[in-house]
Ligand binder design. Structure first.
Ligand code: PMP
Length: 357
């Protein structure tokens, strides 16, 4: 029986990742050991982390100035680790507020110094991406969220021409589309959507921006120390990193980001076209800023919304409820979701809309 899981995260991974990961729990590569008992300072794990980093570098086309790290604490830890390490006492951190996750990042940054919100779309329920803004003098970095998981907006043109170090939270659209990743000085992404299993956070950092802040940094929050220790400063989440490796191998087999981007585009286009054609479903997101990863919509009548969830559940479609803060629906179309799953969903939507007439 197929379950169509459109959850925003932890999200569905490719079937092959589940199969290989479960085999590795019983017997990792014929060693007689479970992946769960493999020491992080063994050659076996070193090979896993080296290959995972190498694949990320290759898939993202990273240059030698950019290091890949696997860290603990989720993307939320990066909300404070970034300003702790990059916000200079006498400078300002510029933030763009495009939703619940950016505003959480802003709140944490204020613990470390001067923060200026240079643009915000809060005035219209975060339904658009603000494009006009200026950067204050003496800015340590500009932070933005490339895809707003809760509100369903996405930056389609990056604010890369501002002449300041660029920091991006890419938790919900990393590896989903081609970008010049070397334009960013720091990228972070929780793994549990497009990278692998929950429990690990990927950070890509340009080594040249480190070492400019004088405040004392706890060892485990210091990117430099993690780089020196090759992401094994303490015990890393071995199994979560292994699932990342399996998923990255899968992505490479799909011919990488360029090819998955085409499929992601087809999936999102199919769903948005369906929404636009069916007056029952409403969206508030500005058309040009629509996310291809998290598609948010609602039905004006709460009773009918509930009926739609029930109909979907009967068809084995799960995980479509919107974030608890805004309600409605959210369909997440990360890399592992095949076009065929979206085809099933849109058929259900069409039939349901027809039955409501
Ligand atoms: N940023 C974004 C854009 C997110 O979607 C999320 C939620 N997955 C987070 C940050 C927080 O991630 P975590 O739960 O791993 O801290």
């Amino acid at each position: 029986m197929s379950i169509y899981n459109f959850k925003a995260g932890p999200a569905a991974l490719p079937q092959t990742v589940y199969e290989q990961a479960s085999k590795a729990i019983l017997n990792y590569e014929g060693t007689g050991l479970s992946i769960l008992e493999i020491g992080h300072r063994t050659n076996l794990f070193q090979e896993i982390i080296d290959e995972a980093k190498g694949l990320l570098k290759e898939l993202m086309g990273l240059d030698n100035a950019h290091e890949v790290l696997f860290l603990h604490g989720g993307a939320s830890t990066q909300f404070f680790q970034v300003p702790m390490k990059l916000l200079n006492d006498k400078a300002t951190a510029a933030y763009i507020d495009t939703g619940i996750w950016s505003s959480k990042a802003i709140k944490e940054a204020t613990l470390y110094g001067n923060v200026e919100v240079v643009a915000s779309s809060k005035d219209k329920q975060y339904s658009y991406i603000p494009k006009q803004f200026n950067i204050p003098q003496q800015t340590s970095f500009l932070h933005f969220t490339t895809n707003n998981t809760v509100e369903g907006t996405q930056w389609h043109t990056m604010p890369t021409n501002k002449g300041v170090p660029l920091v991006a939270d890419m938790s919900s659209d990393i590896l989903s589309r081609q970008l010049d990743f070397n334009q960013f000085d720091l990228i972070y992404a929780a793994a549990q959507k497009n990278i692998g299993a929950a429990g690990v956070t990927m950070v890509v950092v340009n080594k040249n921006i480190l070492g400019k802040v004088s405040r004392p940094i706890p060892t485990l929050l210091d990117y430099k120390q993690h780089i020196a220790a090759g992401s094994v400063l303490n015990t890393p989440p071995v199994f979560a990193i292994y699932t990342c490796l399996l998923n990255l191998r899968w992505l490479k087999e799909q011919e990488g980001i360029a090819s998955i981007e085409k499929i992601n585009h087809q999936k999102a286009t199919l769903l948005y076209n369906t929404l636009d054609a069916l007056p029952l479903f409403k969206t508030i997101v500005n058309k040009e800023d629509r996310s291809k990863m998290n598609i948010c919509f609602f039905i004006e009548n709460p009773t009918i919304e509930k009926q739609f969830v029930d109909v979907c559940t009967k068809e084995n479609i799960v995980g479509i409820e919107g974030h608890r803060s805004i309600g409605g629906f959210r369909v997440s179309l990360y890399n592992a979701i095949p076009l065929s799953a979206v085809e099933v969903l849109v058929e259900v939507m069409k039939n349901f809309a027809q039955s409501c007439i």
